[in-house]
Design a binder for this molecule. Structure first.
Ligand code: BDR
Ligand code: CA
Length: 316
């Protein structure tokens, strides 16, 4: 049975790897992209989403532009990590297909209420769109099959402040709303994604297939690799969002624990810090599953194999 998914995304270099992995995976049916501010503006991210879909021959998939600002915090984009366009050194042609006229929040509400229990949401950007949809129409909460969300740093150090991960730090109030909404929720934090480092050798293997897809992967990840090398002394790049996508159909890649998880929204040094109540000290019931262990090389092999297959289907 295929899993029907909508990706809520801020593409974004690793977001585009998640989108390509979805298109390369027969276990999932990608039924829409909703775009949020984050790595770049929502307008730029929408152009990127459409262009990546067209690159892979999937320009028919609907894309809806969503929120351009966090709920409370000022805007924080990430050109130093993802480049001015959000896609590193890659330069994709403008897509022929326009975005939907419908706002992403309305698209989410409409799809979820039309087919309750059908959609897994893979949220790989700040959670603004989803929090807004929950506040605007709380009836969507029981209609969501589950949310798989890349975000947070539980035991791991932050990648945006010493304590906080980017997606949560950018809109911690949105994360707070979604975490406490009661929606079935799986968190994919830096604790697991930071083991998933795509290497230059992996990209070299992909480039053996003559296709615009690996050339895009090369051009976009090269920027990300330069960033990781210069700032974190990591050889390669961490494809956070693609791991969250893979967990839709390959949960065996990670070890999960159920915990009560919260996020600091009080401000100060730990603003946006996610934490788990490992010793059950709050007495609060678990509100999510958290991925805390990963078979990283298995995931990377799966990713490379699938992108190779997708590339063979898009020759050129
Ligand atoms: C997350 O933040 C963004 O930079 C990436 O796209 C990913 O979703 C990692 O912290
Ligand atoms: Ca992202």
């Amino acid at each position: 049975m295929t899993e029907r998914i909508i990706i809520d995304t801020d593409p974004g270099i690793d977001d585009s790897m998640a989108i390509l992995l979805a298109l390369a995976s027969p276990e999932v049916s990608l039924e829409g992209l909703t775009v949020v501010h984050g790595n770049c503006t929502a307008a730029q991210g929408t152009r990127n989403a459409l262009a990546v879909l067209e690159l892979a021959g999937a320009g028919n998939i609907p894309v809806a532009k969503g929120c351009d600002l966090p709920l409370v915090q000022p805007s924080l984009l990430a050109p130093e990590t993802h480049g001015d366009t959000g896609l590193g050194y890659a330069r994709l042609p403008e897509a022929a297909q326009p975005p939907l006229r419908q706002h992403a929040v309305d698209f989410l509400i409409e799809r979820l209420l039309a087919e309750p229990g059908e959609y897994t949401l893979v949220a790989v950007g700040p959670l603004t769109n989803l929090a807004m949809a929950i506040r605007r129409e709380p009836k969507i909460i029981p209609a969501i099959k589950r949310v798989i969300s890349m975000g947070g740093a539980i035991r791991h150090q932050g990648n945006t402040t010493p304590l906080a991960e980017f997606n949560v730090y950018v809109d911690p109030h949105a994360a707070h709303i979604v975490y406490h909404s009661g929606v079935p929720f799986t968190l994919v934090p830096l604790d697991v994604t930071y083991h998933c480092i795509l290497t230059r050798a992996d990209v070299g293997r992909l480039l053996k297939v003559p296709s615009p897809v690996p050339r895009f992967v090369h051009d976009t990840t090269r920027f990300y690799m330069d960033f990781h090398d210069a700032n974190q002394k990591i050889d390669g790049c961490v494809i956070n969002d693609a791991l969250a996508l893979a967990l839709v159909f390959a949960p065996q890649l990670c070890d999960f624990e159920e915990h009560y998880v919260d996020v600091d929204i009080q401000g100060g040094v730990s603003m946006g810090k996610t934490f788990a109540d490992f010793y059950r000290m709050t007495g609060k019931p678990a509100n999510m599953k958290v991925a805390l262990g990963v078979r990283a090389r298995d995931f990377l092999d799966l990713f490379v194999e699938r992108i190779e297959n997708l590339s063979r289907a898009v020759p050129g």
